[in-house]
Design a protein around this ligand. Structure first.
Ligand SMILES: Nc1nc2c(c(=O)[nH]1)N[C@H]1C(S)=C(S)[C@@H](COP(=O)(O)O)O[C@H]1N2
Ligand SMILES: [Mo]
Length: 415
């Protein structure tokens, strides 16, 4: 329960289709971005298997076929909470403390945060584990996050010159066992030590969820101490009463139930920086394998087909693209040529502000033959980068599933 490490055995248990009941979804009425009345959604053949983790940890995964609005309602927004849902959250007594290597430590209430400059950002939050596992393909959503900019608060607190790292702590806690492979751990006042399989004393502790960034990254003008989601107070599962929103960063950096921000003079190597959410890759140097280890940081260029629709005899494919300023999206059907799609909002380069919202795309699928088809998409960003193919050498060099931004293929059966 406390541990998101997934065993191969647990994965294999995943099994049967989660959405066996999803046959033909009728899309009700006209919606903002997609969907016209009378439009049928044809469900994918390759439905994700049920989640490996219990609802205490992961839930509400996006049903891609139901995607019909660029803003994901909070009630449909996936959640991840490694240490379960904290209880007794109370916005009237909550404080966010700014401490450590600062000249003027602060303790801010929610009312203090609300009295400051208010800003909103549309940001597509994606768990970096998405697509590493078939069951997790719905761990993405887009919301309008409202709050107050973090940078001026840090500036008022006065980060001292020795400060290099800013650690964000959630109130949620869980137990973690640190394996002692070489007899380095010793007893202490808290935590229990038990002999591990190798006879060394493994240390079991209760720790808070925490993530960090450099001081320069924390001072980014886009970061918010966020207390609203889609114009409403943050719901409990999304971090009520306050979370960090770090636009452009993978989900894990967006610490929920934020209680403490600490400036330190050393790199932070806590569980979610240095052990979990670490991408391990193999590189070749002078004919030798060199392993690289990097913590999960910014989102990567990505797209996915969301759904195939039929209206009268007209088929269309719709999807989303995010993770970078999107210039274009193409689709490929079976082994055919890549074909242009239409973006449902202006390409990022035409938009005035850098924004972090996904873009929807649309493809008219003329006269498809009946039978089974494979549909794949690829996104291009404004710098000309393309979303990598599944057999891309960089992706193949990865030995962990984090940050899997390869092209996604879905299968559909047309009658
Ligand atoms: N305090 C805290 N913040 C957290 C987490 C957590 O377990 N505890 N999970 C992180 C991860 S891994 C993800 S993907 C995002 C998910 O945000 P959401 O639950 O609002 O969708 O929250 C991040 N922030
Ligand atoms: Mo995540």
């Amino acid at each position: 329960m406390e541990n998101l490490d997934i065993s191969r055995r647990a994965l294999l248990k995943g099994g049967s289709a989660a959405f066996a009941g999803l046959t033909m979804l009728q899309v009700a009425g006209p919606t903002q971005a997609f969907g016209q009345s009378g439009e049928e959604v044809i469900p994918w053949l390759d439905q994700p298997p049920p989640p490996v983790f219990p609802p205490a940890i992961v839930g509400n995964l996006l049903v891609w076929e139901a995607l019909d609005s660029t803003i994901t309602p909070a009630s449909d927004f996936f959640y991840v909470r490694h240490y379960g849902q904290p209880e007794g959250l109370d916005d009237s007594t909550w404080h966010v403390n700014i401490e450590g290597l600062v000249a003027r430590p602060q303790s801010l209430t929610i009312a203090d945060l609300q009295a400051r400059e208010r800003r909103e950002v549309d940001f597509t939050l994606e768990c970096s584990g998405i697509n590493g596992f078939p069951w997790l393909i719905g761990a993405v959503g887009n919301a309008r996050w409202g709050g107050t900019p973090l940078a001026p608060i840090l500036e008022e607190a006065g980060v001292l010159e020795q400060g290099i790292e800013v650690v964000f702590y959630g109130i949620d806690r869980g137990t973690v066992t640190i394996r002692d492979n070489s007899g380095i751990l010793s007893g202490g006042q808290t935590g229990t030590t038990e002999p591990g399989p190798d006879g060394n004393l493994d240390l079991t502790i209760t720790e808070q969820f925490a993530r960090s960034m450099s001081v320069a990254e924390a001072l980014s003008r886009d970061n918010l101490l966020c207390y609203e989601m889609n114009g409403e107070p943050l719901p409990p599962e999304h971090g009520f009463p306050v979370r960090l929103i770090a636009p452009g960063w993978y989900g894990v950096a967006n610490v929920k139930w934020l209680t403490r921000i600490e400036v330190r003079n050393q790199r932070w190597a806590g569980r979610f920086m240095a052990r979990d959410y670490v991408t391990i890759r193999e590189e070749q140097h002078d004919g030798q394998t060199a392993w690289t280890f990097a913590n999960v940081r910014h989102e990567r260029l990505k797209s996915a087909p969301a759904k195939v629709t039929r209206r009268n005899n007209h088929y269309a494919v719709m999807g989303a693209a995010w993770g970078a300023p999107i210039a274009a999206v193409e689709v490929q059907i079976d082994d055919g040529p890549w074909m242009a799609t239409r973006l449902r909002s202006p390409a990022s380069r035409e938009r005035k502000m850098r924004d972090y919202s996904w873009v929807f795309w649309h493809f008219d699928w003329r006269m498809p033959a009946s039978g089974e088809h494979a549909i794949r998409s690829r996104a291009f960003d404004i710098d000309g980068n393309v979303q990598p193919a599944p057999d891309d050498p960089y992706l193949r060099s990865k030995r962990t599933y984090w940050e899997s931004n390869g092209q996604i293929t879905r299968r559909v059966l047309l009658k």
